[in-house]
Design a binder for this molecule. Structure first.
Ligand code: NAD
Ligand code: SER
Length: 314
């Protein structure tokens, strides 16, 4: 039985990933860790460790002492926050990855999951159905750190046999936890305003198409990739996966089918340039071929699930 550590467990993905892994492997086998003092949803049903991924020796000590054999490393600054503090974003997004890769290289870890992003692509990348292998040239510090991280993962795999696996997540849409400073966050925020009966001001322009995905699909993809036999994992940078792509206008039109009075207006800010540098849609045929990936939730389903489940904080 594996002993699993999730670092960055209190964020948008971590909150749901911890709960799913605990359901599958048992509460005591899945340790959640984050720089935050606590996160109630996660502490309620299993072990929690306050941990700063930048404290290399403390992280090493904990993983070796606790005999952890799998790590999901989620701690990072996302695209919008990273543009405001590029030097720190580079440090946080890269240093932690080296700490974990080195532990695997030394034989302390059997398997690592480290997420990449559609942000690895840039303005010169083909925008529609962006292929697995293509021109990259990201223009954000976040994208640069993710592309460098992907290449380091491939390097540690080919040089040292480290079993590190990665996915280029699209923008993730969830109702159990809030997003943490990305360019795709509007597509979560919009549901809170719609549910409150309020107008929504979007920080992207109406026709900005971006690849998105419902969180359940993303969590399922993560577990499927982590469980597939090693020989099937042919891409050791990161896999493209696709959910549904849409613009703010298409999303608000879909919401208006359920809430006819819902209004949206547009006030693009610095995040528009980030979104403009990313693909409109993703070709995930390589993930489909290698490990049988397939998304389940389309835009109408995503809107229905979100409107049904988003709860307004009191
Ligand atoms: P998030 O911002 O919601 O969560 C990140 C978590 O990391 C937070 O709980 C934060 O407290 C924690 N953290 C920050 N600094 C830390 C440190 N020094 N030590 C330990 N923990 C620290 O992010 P997320 O959306 O859950 O994303 C997780 C990963 O997935 C990131 O690598 C992100 O780049 C990637 N990703 C996310 C999306 C998305 O749409 N959410 C898309 C593509 C890729
Ligand atoms: N959702 C993420 C962001 O916008 C994509 O990696 O930063």
């Amino acid at each position: 039985m594996s002993k699993i550590l999730i670092i960055g467990a209190c964020g948008q993905i971590g909150t749901e990933l911890v709960l799913t892994l605990r359901e599958k492997f048992g509460n005591q086998s899945v340790i959640a860790a984050d720089v935050r003092d606590t996160c109630p949803e996660i502490v309620a049903n299993g072990p929690y460790q306050k941990m700063d991924i930048l404290d290399r020796e403390a992280v090493r000590g904990f993983i070796i002492e606790e005999k952890i054999d799998q790590v999901y490393l989620l701690a990072a600054l996302l695209s919008a926050t990273a543009e405001k503090n590029p030097a720190f974003a580079w440090e946080l997004n890269m240093e932690g990855l080296f700490t974990i890769l080195d532990l695997a290289k030394e034989g302390h870890l059997k398997r690592i999951f480290w997420p990449s992003s559609i942000a690895v692509f840039g303005p010169a990348t083909p925008k529609v159905l962006t292929p697995q292998k293509t021109i990259m040239e990201p223009s954000t510090v976040y994208g640069i750190s993710k592309l460098a991280g992907e290449n380091w993962c491939a390097y540690y795999h080919s040089k040292y046999g480290v079993d590190v696996r990665s996915i280029r997540y699209p923008g993730l849409i969830s109702y159990k936890s809030l997003p943490g400073g990305g360019t795709t966050d509007y597509a979560v925020d919009i549901f809170y305003k719609a549910k409150e009966g309020k107008e929504f001001t979007c920080f992207l322009s109406e026709n900005t198409a971006l690849p998105m995905m419902f969180m359940d699909d993303a969590i399922r993809a993560t577990l499927e990739l982590m469980e597939v036999e090693e020989s099937k994992v042919k891409v050791r940078t990161a896999y493209n996966i696709a959910g549904c792509s849409f613009t703010p206008k298409e999303l608000s039109d879909e919401i208006q089918k359920v809430i006819p009075g819902f209004k949206i207006n547009y006030s693009p800010d610095y995040r528009q340039a980030i979104a403009d540098s990313w693909p409109d849609s993703i070709d995930d045929s390589v993930a489909k071929k290698d490990w049988g990936w397939s998304s389940k939730v389309d835009l109408p389903q995503l809107v229905a699930i979100m409107l049904q489940n988003v709860t307004i904080p009191v």
